[in-house]
Design a protein around this ligand. Structure first.
Ligand code: PLP
Length: 389
């Protein structure tokens, strides 16, 4: 069976991803099950998506209930699942962000955020950061600050400017009255889990205010509790004008969101934006259930506690140079290339992620990860370390 599944995908699917040689059929919390009945510990979460773990029973039940009632209708009608989801999401949103536009992915959320900034300011310039990742659609890609994603598709969307991450002077030098927005991935995950200083985040807010540009936080990866708080922006007292979300907001049912301040919302009208599937009842039911699980199971506390434990234990390993990031968005920097560690872990049935920085292994597990599984991971990592010495 395994071979058959792999052959079919290899034959008919474009080869855009270098896959793990696994056929995953089931998921249960932090575990994945192959068609051979082997269990893998999932410290990657399917690109940071499995926020509540795989197939959390409350999320599954909410999806099942919704599927029986109404799978889809667009934003042309009101719907109970959508009404509940918008209320619940705005309740936990950073203070000041009071309205939401639902979409289907991170790229779509950023695409709309960029359009919104241009439309509302009447300007065209977008400043973003070297190393930031914002998605694969044209504007989101043009904002992505890594040339490897741009190869062969020029010309990009005009008036996008990349400056070094964490460098406020560089932003100030690019700021003027043609800049519509500054788009920031506050912890640069793909670049190797890089964070900037508090002064940088706060300084960006000041610069945007000074020049009348909109500050856009791409919290596609940092949002929904991954850092141990619901969102990153309030950590340094920053309220962005626009915040984008996606990944695990509906526990794996595709969904994205663009949250905005009241000042922005008051200037958006009928027909300004659109999407067929955004805010569909199924995704909305999954979002509400996801938020309920995070609250009921105190997953933010869990992330903070277990992240500390994971970092402490990791730091004790001799091959580890540094651990970066927050909560369950962690980058483990090895003295040697991280790919060898990823392979060694895979042989021990643990999934992790790589980054554009070849020395960094990314750990993006479900927020439900607990100490026994962290111990498994650390033990496996020390075995791999010994093997590679
Ligand atoms: N923004 C960030 C920070 C991301 O990590 C990603 C995806 O990895 C995206 C945007 C794009 O999201 P999607 O793949 O859902 O379009």
């Amino acid at each position: 069976m395994s071979e058959h599944v792999r052959q079919l995908e290899d034959r008919f699917q474009l080869p855009t991803y270098k896959k793990f040689p696994l056929v995953i059929e089931r998921g249960d919390d932090v575990w994945l099950l192959t068609d051979q009945g082997e269990r893998y510990l999932d410290l990657y979460g399917g690109h940071a998506v499995a926020v509540t773990g795989h197939c959390h029973r409350r999320v599954v039940a909410a999806i099942q209930r919704q599927v029986e009632k109404l799978i889809f209708y667009s934003n042309l009608v009101y719907n109970d699942a959508r009404a509940e989801a918008v209320q619940k999401l705005i309740e936990i949103a950073p203070v000041g962000l009071s309205k939401v536009f639902f979409v289907n992915s991170g790229a779509e959320a950023n695409e709309n955020a960029i359009k919104l900034a241009r439309k509302l300011t009447g300007r065209t310039g977008i400043i973003s950061f070297e190393g930031g990742f914002h998605g694969r659609t044209m504007a989101a890609l043009s904002a992505t600050g890594s040339s490897k994603y741009h190869k062969g598709i020029a010309p990009l969307v005009p008036d996008h400017h990349h400056v070094p991450f964490g460098d406020l002077q560089a932003v100030a030098a690019k700021m003027n009255e043609t800049v519509a927005g500054v788009l920031l991935e506050p912890i640069q995950s793909m670049a190797g889990v890089r964070m900037a200083s508090a002064e940088f985040y706060q300084g960006l807010r000041r610069l945007c205010n000074q020049y009348g540009a909109l500050l856009i936080y791409d919290e596609v990866q940092t949002g929904m509790g991954r850092t141990g708080e619901f969102f990153f922006a309030p950590r340094w007292g920053v309220t962005p004008d626009i915040m984008t979300l996606a990944k695990g907001i509906a526990s794996g049912v595709p969904m994205g969101a663009v949250l905005v301040t009241e000042a922005i919302a008051s200037r958006v009208g009928y027909g300004d934006f659109g999407t067929t599937f955004g805010g569909g009842p199924l995704a909305c039911a999954a979002l509400t259930a996801t938020l309920e699980v995070i609250a009921q199971e105190q997953l933010l506390d869990n992330v903070r506690q277990q992240s500390r434990y994971l970092m402490e234990r990791c730091q004790a390993l001799s091959s580890v140079e540094q651990i970066t990031g927050l909560g369950f968005l962690l980058g483990i920097r090895f003295k040697q290339p991280a790919a060898a560690f990823q392979q060694g872990l895979l042989q021990r049935r643990i999934l992790t992620g790589l980054a554009d920085d070849p020395h960094v292994l990314r750990v993006l597990p479900p927020l439900t990860l607990r100490q026994p599984e962290i111990d498994l991971f650390i033990n496996a990592l020390s075995q791999v370390e010994e093997e590679l010495l």
